[in-house]
Design a protein. Structure first.
Length: 189
């Protein structure tokens, strides 16, 4: 990112049917390539990613058709993304069901500027508006910065629902999220 973007405010928007997806595709591609590298399976060509990840990059609208996709923008540039899964009504962890956060990624040049916090805040606002009781997520244990962010936002480690090695499962109640300032994370339309 250029210095000119650093001075602009970050706005979180929901991906709408007519929204362009080029920025989202670039963010998802960077996310998946970096994740595979961290797992010790470096991939330089997105075409070599596992099929489920290529599907997200090739057609994010289809891959996340039942989900809410949030994009953080600095001006016209997409600088972060987060996917909120459809509520899982079968999970009765808390009243209203549970949603899961996936694919949190921010432009490395803008990290530390609150982009990820705003995305997670907007996701929690969405969950509260939808009447959900819990928001869950899983994160690789080596992503200490992300785990710290989630802990600062009230997530706690819970028993794993995904048994993959090095995966940390976390969740938080949506009920306690709302605050008078709404953390400046409300979604722009």
């Amino acid at each position: 990112m250029t210095d000119s973007l650093d001075a602009r405010p970050v706005v979180v928007r929901r991906l709408m049917p007519a929204s362009p997806t080029a920025g989202l595709v670039a963010l998802l591609t960077a996310y998946h390539l970096r994740t595979e590298e961290e797992k010790g399976v470096p991939v330089t060509d997105p075409a070599a990613l596992p099929g489920r990840y290529r599907a997200e990059i090739d057609d994010p609208r289809a891959a996340f058709a039942d989900d809410v996709v949030l994009l953080a923008h600095c001006g016209d540039a997409a600088v972060g993304c987060l996917v909120v899964t459809t509520a899982d009504p079968g999970n009765t962890t808390a009243a209203g069901g549970r949603a899961e956060l996936k694919r949190l990624w921010t432009d490395p040049g803008l990290r530390g500027r609150g982009v990820a916090s705003r995305l997670v805040g907007a996701a929690l606002d969405h969950a509260a508006d939808a009447g959900l009781g819990t928001v869950a997520l899983s994160v690789w244990s080596w992503r200490a910065g992300a785990i710290g962010l989630y802990e600062r936002l009230g997530f706690t480690v819970v028993d794993p629902w995904d048994e993959r090695e090095d995966l940390v499962c976390m969740e938080r109640s949506v009920e306690t999220w709302r605050d008078p300032g709404r953390r400046g994370a409300s979604l722009s339309r």
